[in-house]
Each structure stands twice: as structure tokens, then as C-alpha cells.
Write a protein that binds this ligand. Sequence first.
Ligand code: SAM
Length: 346
Amino acid sequence: MENQLKPSPQMIMQVGNGFWASKILLTAVYFELFTHLSQQGSMSGSAIKSTLKLNCTDRHLFDFLDVLTSFGFLNRTGLLENAKYSNSIDTDTFLDKNKPSYIGGVLEMMNNRLYGFWGNLGEALTTGKAQNETSKDEKPFFEVLYENSDLLKEFTNAMTGVQLRNFMALAQKFDFSKYNTLLDAGGSAGVLSLMVAKHNLHMQCNTFDLPPVESIANETIKKFQLDDRVRAISGDFFEEELPKADVVAMGNILHDWNEETKIKLIQKAYDALPEGGAFIAIEALIDNDRKENAFGMMMSLNMLIETSDGFDYTFNDFNRWTKKIGFKSTTILPLTGPSSAAIAYK
Ligand SMILES: C[S@@+](CC[C@H](N)C(=O)[O-])C[C@H]1O[C@@H](n2cnc3c(N)ncnc32)[C@H](O)[C@@H]1O
């Protein structure tokens, strides 16, 4: 109790200079350091310096590599000129671009887009306006983003990076045995459909998204060789009804929009389901007391930066919206880290 009352600057400083740590990791991903290390096994500082074409002093090179080591992202034997660096098990698994388990897409997007945009968080809170490409251009977010094929690719890779492990967890934890068809609305590269089809051999899955995304989803489907049970469908979930399915999923879709639009989308899911069908929202659901899931609340602020009025929400919010529409019951299924599936049964 006494300890709790003693003031400590530790958390203040850790969070206050957290952007240093963040930028160090994002820069290492930008340089594809973990991919190079995975290919080579281990590398000296000078080999890394020439591979990454760095012109800093050796001292700063070692600062960069040794701080990554102290974070646990690299292993090191020896010191300075005699040091050999290699990936930790985490970075080798998740940050080697050549592995299907790569989740760095989201870190690439954080480095290229969000790191700069978050510099305007104060402006976003003051004005309530988004602080991304749409600030210059009054067009809707996805229209601006998808006009540029590099941004489109980066965004879909980022979505895969954020959700891959959640989709794997849902495909294995949720009981699909009562159902035969899945529609993933706003399915991006199609990874949720692919994970569900891979782990549930009886399931037929459709991944539904805007037309510019279809060729990317088709590429992913081809890679997984599941084109007999996974199909990419182009459409606009505001302009048309969702194709019917026993399970309708929306991964990080509701959080993009304001409350009125969220309810509209949940209604669309309800209309596409049979009696007994399930609607599944996969998001960084905020705990009802809004005390624990800091990531969920930061994700919500990220929606301010990206969309202005989108926001993340609690399971209580989900219950209120789904019950209002007519869903009979709801449940929550924890996935990985701060993410859960909120499930509503018709
Ligand atoms: C935040 S991303 C989420 C992607 C994926 N479901 C996930 O969990 O990672 C939102 C997705 O909604 C799609 N989307 C946005 N507006 C849409 C619309 N009007 N109709 C269909 N899809 C839409 C976007 O193209 C994008 O793939």
C-alpha cells in the first residue's frame, strides 16, 4: 500500500519517450533488417552496415543494434566490432518478410503513414478532424487510399499484419460445425476466409470488399490453393445487400464508422443471416470499465486520425446495438492479445 502511494516518474518517462522505442523498431522493419538476418543467420555490425547502406558512425550503428538487442528483438554474441547479431525467435517468426507468418505490414504502414499523422494528435483532438491523406482531399478515406496502388497494397498488408493471428484463433476456437457458409464483409486480402476454410474443411467462404481489393484477395486465395472453397466478391456494403451466409464476419469494420453507420452495418449482417446464424465482429474490443485495454482505446484514437468519427467500442456497446436490431443472444470470445470476437446470434 505504501509503495502504491509513493510517486514514481518511471511510467511517465517510459510512455513519454515511447516514440523513441517505437521508431527504432519501425526503422529496423523499414530497413528489412530482420529479413536480412533471417537469410544470413547471423551478421556482424559492419556487414549489416554495408547491407543496409548506412552512413552513420559505427558507434551509432551499435547503439541501434544493441538497443534492439536490449528490447529482445535481436540476439548478440560478442561486443561492438566482435559482435554477431541474429534474430530473436519472435522477430524471426513475425518480421521475416519471406515467411507467411510475417506481420510487419502493419509496422511498415505505421512507419510510412501513421507515425507522421500521429504527430497531429493534438490537432485531431482540437478540431475533431482526421489527420491523414484525407485532410488535403475531401474525398472519403477508402477512395483516397485506393486511388494509389502502393497505398492500397500497403493498407491490405497492414490489415493482414494486425489480424492474422486473430483470424487463426477464431478459425480454431469458434464452433463452425453447425454452419456451412461464411461471408467476411470488408474482408481485405481474404485472410479470415482462408483461415476458416483451412481449419474447417466443410466451410464455403466468400470474402467481400470494394472492387480495387478483389485482385489482391484473388492472389492470396491462389497462394493458399483454396479457390474451390474461398471466393472473392466485389461490392459496396453501403450500396447493396450483403450476400446471404450462415456466419457474417466483420473484422475491424465497425470501428471505422460512427454509431449510426455501425448500426446500419449490423442490420445488413442481420438481414443476410438465417435464424440461428452468427454475426462476428473481430476487433480490439475495449473492456466495459474502459480501464484495461489501452490498445483498444489507442486504436479508437487511431480511428480519429484516420476517419474522424470512427471509434472502438465495448462489449456492452455491441450488446446494445445488436439487441436493438433483434439478435437473440451475444457472447465474447477472446482471441489474441487485446483482440476479441464479439458474437451475436440471430
Ligand atoms: C479496417 S479494414 C479491415 C479489413 C479486414 N476485415 C481486417 O479485419 O483486417 C476495412 C475494410 O473495409 C473495406 N471497405 C470499406 N468500405 C467498404 C464498402 N463500402 N464496401 C465493402 N468494403 C468496404 C475496406 O476496403 C477494407 O478492406
